[in-house]
Write a protein that binds this ligand. Structure first.
Ligand code: BTN
Length: 217
């Protein structure tokens, strides 16, 4: 079972950064880093991730066995853990059209490891309106939510049918999307590699996560 050994910080810069240090010095598959608070939490595409102290599950896992679908697998696990039916490609988990969790995968494939970082809003707090964020707020403690999440991750990191589970929660299918440098189009699901398919005026394109910053039109 993933989640052992576990290192917990009252406050640290970024659990992903701590987990990467541990991975680089040989920490085993499944090593978990958690924190009550981060002073330099990181999001995808150079963004920051901010959460008031003990309001969110802040966790990073060292993984030595993983595949290219890891970001999508993690999104499915988080969605199942919080009862969400909405994933915004590639791996934002929504409840009621608002983001409840974000996922940041950072890897050193050449060294055989990846770090899976997850921030999951649990306690209700005042979110800046432009974040379009929401908290789980279902009465469960941070530790209970973490335990449920680790259980779903343990399953989904190995599961065969992860693309079907992801597609069943695709929040973008049929919606107009745009991105810098592209004409935009209508989201048409994901292919077998996890790339987002978009129907544009010039035909169907496949977008790789990390290459584009998607916006809803
Ligand atoms: C995103 O939606 O942009 C991804 C956010 C990922 C945030 C988590 S919080 C725990 C881990 N440590 C970090 O610095 N980032 C991830």
């Amino acid at each position: 079972m993933i989640g052992r050994p576990r290192v917990h910080h009252a406050v640290t810069g970024s659990t992903n950064e701590r987990a990467k240090e541990l991975a680089a010095t040989g920490a085993p598959h499944g090593t978990l880093v958690t924190a009550d608070e981060q002073s330099a939490g990181r999001g995808r595409q150079g963004r920051t991730w901010v959460a008031p102290r003990r309001s969110a599950v802040l966790m990073s896992l060292v993984l030595r066995e993983y595949d290219a679908l890891l970001p999508l697998r993690a999104a499915v696990a988080v969605a199942e853990a919080v009862g969400s039916e909405e994933i915004k490609w590639p791996n934002d988990v929504w409840i009621g059209g608002r983001k409840v969790a974000g996922i940041l995968v950072e890897g050193r494939p050449a060294e055989g490891w990846a770090v899976l970082g997850i921030g999951l809003n649990v306690e209700p707090v005042e979110f800046p309106p432009d974040l379009h964020a929401v908290a789980l707020d279902d009465g469960r403690s941070l530790e209970d939510v973490l335990a449920g999440l680790l259980g779903r991750l343990d399953d989904r990191l190995k599961a065969e049918d992860v693309l079907a589970a992801w597609r069943a929660r695709d929040a973008l299918e049929g919606r107009a999307v745009g991105w810098v440098g592209g004409a935009g189009g209508v989201a048409a699901g994901i292919d077998e590699s996890g790339a987002l398919l978009v129907d544009t005026a010039d035909g169907r394109v496949a977008l790789q996560a990390g290459e584009v910053h998607l916006r809803l039109e």
